[in-house]
Design a protein around this ligand. Structure first.
Ligand code: KG4
Ligand code: ZN
Length: 420
């Protein structure tokens, strides 16, 4: 394994050496704005992914290597391991995406790469490889904000999804509610104060040792809990509403996670479960945990919708849309519950298919298409300037409007989303 990493290390000798080979003019003149193809590279966490998307939103080709299996064995993501795996796979993943798209780097118009936020060591691999291609092939470089890419992916699927709209991002690392005004203008109404929802799904699944059962072996924590919850009782244990005294749209999941942990411990003692064993009432715990997480998210979305109404931010009925993205958006119980909340405000819910909700190269390439189409000032046309952009493991998402929400002091009525 180590020798393979070393044999590929030429990839990571930064393109500085080749800078003198560029022709800035050729970069600019080779750009064809009416019809173009963008390569997207994603390595912000534990997925090495790449895709080519064209100006019409066609997915020309993609490739994806998931590190999930390895990280599940380690019991969590170890940044150094993630980095080495990205290094091992980045070249073959990009080559495969290009082969699937039936093109070469020469045929591309630009290279879009996730630069923020994410794990520093993981982001670095994608950035380095993307810069290397940009320099080697004289291609513009488009730095991508991972969360913006999640937020914009639904526009690839739903061609009539125009700005403005409300977006909910729920993933393994993030949870936020944002008013999306344009490709680069986002106003954040709520943020996570502690754990992200996907992270808590993963931790509760681990605490339940669901992976020791064949049916959950290769599933992420969230997928395993959703599947197990189908045969469970969502009211198995009582958990008080989270942040109920705070009239904001922020999220907190650690209390819900700890309540689930306590319930698991009690059941382990009650059923005298051995070290690797799984408690018999795991479906009830999964259903209850999924229910409490969903209830919390629905409550925050309810307040965000009320805020948008009060501020007259989305008045055209055609724009009353909630877009749900990120890995946890694949959860159908959450999606259906949010749909019920939204219908109270005459909003419709949208979510891309699960493969587009979790991390992938398509969302990065598509964000590249959106930015390239508008000739965004974020694009680095001159490779001499590539040194100006660097990874940002932690970074804000848009403009912070959370205080504006608090100032509105919006009281929300309890909404029973469990009713049909
Ligand atoms: O956006 P994403 O692919 O990457 C990260 O942000 O890490 O989200 C991955 C997360 C994982 O925590 C996974 O457990 C969760 O999304 N997830 C789900 C479901 N499918 C994936 N959570 C709840 N229900 C699901 N069906
Ligand atoms: Zn993500």
């Amino acid at each position: 394994m180590i020798s393979r990493v070393n044999s590929l290390s030429f990839i990571f000798i930064l393109p500085v050496l080749k800078r003198s080979n560029y022709s800035t003019a050729s970069l600019v003149t080779s750009r064809n704005v009416s019809k173009f193809r963008i390569l997207g590279i994603e390595t912000s966490c534990d997925d090495t992914a790449a895709a080519v998307v064209d100006s019409d939103g066609n997915i020309c080709g993609e490739s994806h290597f998931s590190q999930q299996e390895t990280h599940l064995e380690f019991g969590g993501i170890i940044p150094n391991v993630a980095k080495e795996l990205h290094k091992l796979h980045i070249k073959s993943v990009v080559d495969q995406a290009l082969a699937n798209a039936n093109c070469t780097v020469n045929d591309l118009d630009a290279i879009a790469v996730t630069m923020k936020p994410g794990l520093a060591l993981s982001l670095w691999v994608g950035m380095t490889y993307g810069k290397h291609l940009s320099v080697e092939y004289n291609k513009p470089f488009i730095p991508i904000h991972h969360m913006e890419a999640h937020a914009l992916t639904p526009r690839l699927v739903y061609k009539d999804l125009e700005f403005p709209f409300l977006v909910l991002l729920v993933s393994g690392g993030h949870c936020l509610l944002s008013f999306a005004k344009s490709i680069t203008e986002f106003y954040t109404l709520g943020l996570q104060l502690d754990d992200a929802p996907g992270e808590t799904f993963d931790k509760v699944a681990r605490q339940l040792k669901l992976r020791n059962m064949d049916m959950f072996k290769n599933k992420s924590g969230g997928e395993a809990i959703e599947l197990a919850a189908k045969s469970g009782d969502p009211f198995n244990y009582e958990v008080r509403s989270v942040l109920s005294g705070k009239r904001n749209c922020d999220f907190s999941f650690s209390g819900l996670k700890n309540a689930a942990f306590r319930r698991i411990k009690e059941a382990e003692e009650q059923y005298k479960v051995k070290a690797s064993g799984v408690i018999p009432n795991y479906p009830d715990i999964c259903a209850s945990f999924q229910y409490t997480v969903t209830r919390h998210i629905c409550h925050r979305v309810q307040r965000a919708l009320a805020f948008l109404e009060m501020e007259n931010l989305i008045t055209d009925p055609a724009h009353k849309k909630l877009v749900i993205s990120g890995g946890v958006a694949s959860n159908q119980f959450l999606f259906q519950s949010l749909t019920k909340v939204c219908s109270q405000f005459n909003y419709k819910t949208y979510s891309p298919e699960p493969a587009l909700c979790t991390d992938n190269g398509i969302m990065i390439a598509w964000n590249g298409v959106e930015l390239y189409r508008t000739n965004s000032s974020r694009i680095i046309h001159n490779p001499e300037h590539l040194y100006l952009v660097d990874i940002e493991p932690k970074c804000p998402f848009g403009v912070d409007w959370r205080q504006k929400v608090v100032d509105r002091n919006i009281k929300t009525e309890p909404f029973n989303f469990m009713s049909s």
